[in-house]
Write a protein of this length. Structure first.
Length: 135
């Protein structure tokens, strides 16, 4: 699952949100317009001073995650980056061939990102089917 920290008036936040929505990616979206604590954590822990901020997070109960993610960045999350890094990550998924997805997941994703194979496939397949419909 993805976690998106955003501000509603930020054009880059809007771009990331539209991409997530367009691809039907599982995502928890949190408006941090009035949340200086999260903004300070982004800067201190990741050197990221802008929005959006996109993370991989463990699949969990959305209600408990929402409460936790509103006050602090979940410790088990993996930082992807801002809009440019997130968009680049999504674009690179299309380069994966279906027969190599499991090998790539096991080699690059499983140990470095806390994301289940099931959710990795959802992200890869949603992007793949959308990309090929529009091109």
């Amino acid at each position: 699952m993805l976690l998106l920290y955003y501000k509603p008036y930020c054009p880059y936040s809007i771009k990331s949100d539209k991409l997530i929505t367009k691809l039907s990616l599982p995502c928890l979206k949190i408006n941090i317009d009035n949340n200086n604590n999260i903004q300070l954590q982004l800067d201190k822990n990741y050197g990221h001073t802008t929005v959006p901020a996109v993370f991989f997070i463990k699949d969990d109960d959305n209600a408990s995650l929402l409460n936790k993610a509103n006050t602090e960045i979940p410790s088990e999350s993996i930082f992807i980056g801002g809009n440019d890094a997130f968009t680049e990550f999504i674009k690179n998924i299309d380069k994966l061939k279906q027969d190599n997805i499991r090998k790539i997941y096991l080699k690059y994703i499983k140990n470095d990102y806390d994301i289940s194979y099931k959710n990795f496939l959802i992200i890869a397949n949603n992007y793949h089917s959308h990309y090929h419909k529009s091109n």
